[in-house]
Design a protein. Structure first.
Lengths: 265, 344
C-alpha cells in the first residue's frame, strides 16, 4: 500500500503555531504558579490593589465610551464621504498607534501642563488635569481611539449605501436610517472595535505614568511593587488583573461573535 | 407627472448631460441603454440620493429637486434589491409604514394586501438570505409599493433573474402596473424587456437621452446609428441619397420614402424582408436578387444572410425554409417596401 506523502509545508506551519501558542500561553499560565493562593487573597484584601484595579477598569470603560461617542460618527463620515485629503485624515487618525507610548505621553503633557494655553485655561477653570483621573482617561483615549474608529469605519463600509438609500425613500430620515439600518448591521464589528479599544486602554502604561503616576492604575501599581519589593508582591496583582481582563474579554467576544438569526450578518 | 428639466450631474465615471423628459401620470416609462451609461444615476437623482449639478425635477406640480429622499414619495427597487438582511421579509415590507408611524391595523391591512398581490404570504417570517432571486425581487417590490408611492423607480429589476423567472416576473410587473397604476420608471439594457413593458422608451447613451418614443417608434424609426444598433436593427447600410432613392454601391439602388438628400444611413428590420425564389411583382418597391451566404437555425426562426451586393439579414420561419427548400448558396430575391426602409 502506498503511503500518503506528508505535506511538509503544513507540518512547518503547524510547528510555528505550536511555538506561538507556547510563547503566549506559557508565561501567562506560569504567572499563576509563581505565587500562592494566600498571597492572592491578601492582595484581594489590599485596598490599594483593588482601588487601582477598579480605576483601571473604570478609566478604560470611560475611554471606550468617549471613543464611541466621538469615533462612531466620525467613522461613518469617513466611510461615506469622499473628499480631498481623506487619506491624510485617515493617517492622522492612525498616528497614535505608531507613536511610542512614552512619546504620546510627552506630547499630551506639552498641552495639558499649565505652560500651554490649553492647560492654563483648564487650570483657570479650576481643573487640575495632571495627576487626575482625567489625565489617565486622556492618555488612554489618545492611544486607543484609533482602534474603534478603524473598526467602525470598516463596519460601515461593509453596509451597502444602497440599503440606506432605500430606507430613505421609504420615509426614514438620515438619523432613523442610521439607527435602524446601518448601526443594526454593524454593531457587532463596532463592538469588536470597542473590545480592542478597551483592551488597549487598560494595558496602557507609558503614556499614563507621564501624565498621572497617581492616582495609580493597576499597571502602575504592579510596576511600583515590582521595582520596590520584587516579584513576590507584583505577581499576585498581575494574576488578579489577568483573570479580570480575561473574563471581560471572553464575555464581550461571545457577545460579538454570536451569530445573527437567519445568518444574515 | 414627472418632469426632468435640463438635468446635469457629474459623478466622474458617470455623467448625466442635459436630461430632459416628461413622464405622464400612470405611464410606464423605460430608460433603455447599455451598461455604464449612467442609467442608475438618473434614478438616484430622481430619488434624491444625489443632488443635480444643474437643472430641476418636478413631480406633480412640485419642485422636488431640493427635497430629501424621504420627502419625495418615491419607491425604489435596486438591481440587487438591497433588502435589509437583519429584518424578516415582513419587517422589510412594513418598514416604510413603521417609520411613518402608521398604526398597527393599517400596517397589517396594507401588508396583507401587498403580499397577496405579489403572492409572497408564505415568506413573511423568513430572512432575505434564505430567499431565491425571484422571492427577493417580490419582497423588494412589496417594500417599495406598500407606502403607495406616487412614483416607482425600478433599476434593472429583471436582470439578476434566470430567464424563466424573468419571463414570469415581466408579466407580473405588467399586471401590477395595470392594477395599481403607479407611474413607473424602469431601467433596462434589454430591448425585448423594453418593448414588452414600456408605454414609452427613452434611449440613453453616454449620459444623454438620445431618443424618446413609443416602442414602435424607437424600433421602426431609430434616430441614430447607435439607437438602430442598440435596438437590434441588423441591416444598417450607409449610402448616398438622391431623390427618392439611395445609391449604396454603383449597382444597388434602394427606394425610400424619405426626402433626405446626401450621406445617409439606412436601416431595414430583418423581419420586413420577404424571401422568394422568383421575383415577386408586388407593391413593394425594392426587390434585390441575391445569394444565401448563411442560414442559421435559431429555434422558432431562421436568420438568413443574403449577398445582394450589400449584405442583408432576413428572418424566415422554419416552415418557409422547408417549403422553399432554402440552402446556402441558393439564388433568391429579397423584397421589401420602400416604407420599411428607415433613413437616418
Amino acid at each position: 500500500m502506498l503511503k500518503k506523502k506528508p505535506e511538509i509545508f503544513f507540518i512547518v506551519s503547524f510547528l510555528a503555531g505550536i511555538i506561538i501558542l507556547f510563547f503566549v500561553m506559557y508565561p501567562i499560565i506560569n504567572t499563576f504558579f509563581w505565587t500562592k493562593p494566600g498571597f492572592i487573597l491578601e492582595a484581594l484584601k489590599d485596598k490599594d490593589v483593588m482601588r487601582s484595579i477598579y480605576l483601571s477598569i473604570g478609566a478604560a470603560t470611560l475611554t471606550t465610551f468617549i471613543s464611541f461617542v466621538l469615533g462612531v460618527p466620525f467613522a461613518y463620515f469617513l466611510a461615506r464621504k469622499e473628499f480631498k485629503g481623506k487619506s491624510l485624515v485617515e493617517s492622522i487618525v492612525d498616528i497614535p498607534v505608531v507613536l511610542p507610548h512614552t512619546v504620546a505621553g510627552i506630547c499630551l503633557l506639552t498641552v495639558i501642563s499649565p505652560r500651554c494655553w490649553l492647560g492654563k485655561c483648564l487650570e483657570d477653570f479650576g481643573l487640575e488635569v495632571l495627576g487626575s483621573v482625567a489625565a489617565i482617561v486622556i492618555a488612554m483615549t489618545f492611544v486607543s481611539m484609533p482602534f474603534l474608529i478603524n473598526a467602525a469605519r470598516e463596519a460601515f463600509i461593509w453596509v451597502s449605501p444602497r440599503m440606506e438609500n432605500v430606507s430613505r425613500t421609504l420615509g426614514a430620515n438620515h438619523w432613523q436610517t442610521f439607527f435602524l439600518i446601518t448601526f443594526c448591521l454593524s454593531w457587532r464589528d463596532i463592538l469588536s472595535g470597542m473590545i480592542l479599544t478597551w483592551a488597549r486602554a487598560i494595558s496602557e502604561f507609558g503614556a499614563v505614568i507621564i501624565l498621572a503616576y497617581h492616582p495609580m492604575i493597576a499597571p502602575t501599581l504592579i510596576y511600583e511593587r515590582f521595582s520596590a519589593y520584587g516579584m513576590m508582591y507584583a505577581v499576585p496583582v498581575a494574576v488578579i488583573l489577568i483573570v479580570l481582563c480575561l473574563i471581560i474579554f471572553i464575555c464581550l467576544r461571545l457577545l460579538a461573535s454570536d451569530h445573527m438569526k437567519g445568518g444574515a450578518a | 407627472m414627472l418632469q426632468l428639466k435640463n438635468l446635469w450631474k457629474n459623478l466622474g465615471d458617470f455623467q448625466l448631460k442635459n436630461i430632459n423628459f416628461t413622464i405622464e401620470e400612470k405611464e410606464y416609462f423605460i430608460i433603455l441603454g447599455p451598461t455604464g451609461t449612467g442609467k442608475t444615476v438618473i434614478l438616484e437623482v430622481i430619488a434624491g440620493m444625489y443632488r443635480p449639478d444643474k437643472g430641476e425635477i418636478w413631480f406633480n406640480g412640485k419642485r422636488i429637486s431640493d427635497l430629501y429622499p424621504e420627502q419625495r414619495d418615491i419607491g425604489f427597487v435596486y438591481q440587487d434589491y438591497a433588502l435589509f438582511p437583519h429584518l424578516t421579509v415582513e419587517e422589510n415590507i412594513a418598514f416604510g409604514l413603521k417609520v411613518r408611524k402608521r398604526n398597527k391595523e393599517i400596517i397589517s391591512t396594507s401588508l396583507y394586501e401587498i403580499v397577496s398581490l405579489l403572492g409572497i404570504e408564505h415568506l413573511l417570517k423568513r430572512y432575505p438570505s434564505t430567499l431565491s432571486g425571484g422571492e427577493q425581487q417580490r419582497t423588494a417590490l412589496a417594500r417599495a409599493l406598500i407606502t403607495s408611492p406616487g412614483l416607482l423607480l425600478l433599476d434593472e429589476p429583471l436582470s439578476a433573474l434566470d430567464p424563466r423567472t424573468k419571463q414570469i416576473f415581466q408579466e407580473e410587473l405588467r399586471r401590477i402596473h395595470r392594477k395599481l397604476g403607479t407611474t413607473t420608471v424602469h431601467i433596462t439594457h434589454d430591448f425585448s424587456e423594453a418593448i414588452a413593458l414600456g408605454d414609452r422608451i427613452g434611449v440613453m447613451y453616454n449620459g444623454e437621452i438620445v431618443q424618446v418614443g413609443t416602442p414602435a417608434e424607437v424600433f421602426r424609426r431609430p434616430n441614430s446609428r447607435f439607437v438602430a444598433e442598440f435596438v437590434g436593427a441588423e441591416n444598417i447600410i450607409p449610402g448616398k441619397a438622391v431623390e427618392g432613392a439611395v445609391r449604396i454601391i454603383p449597382d444597388v439602388e434602394i427606394q425610400t420614402v424619405s426626402p433626405k438628400i446626401g450621406d445617409v444611413i439606412l436601416t431595414i428590420r430583418p423581419e420586413d424582408i420577404i424571401i422568394s425564389r422568383e421575383r415577386v411583382i408586388s407593391s413593394a418597391q425594392n426587390s434585390l436578387p441575391g445569394r444565401i451566404v448563411h442560414l442559421a437555425n435559431q429555434g422558432p426562426i431562421y436568420r438568413i444572410t443574403i449577398d445582394s451586393g450589400i449584405m442583408l439579414t432576413a428572418l424566415v420561419s422554419p416552415q418557409s425554409v422547408e417549403q422553399m427548400a432554402l440552402n446556402r448558396g441558393d439564388n433568391i430575391w429579397a423584397t421589401f417596401k420602400s416604407a420599411a426602409v428607415h433613413v437616418l
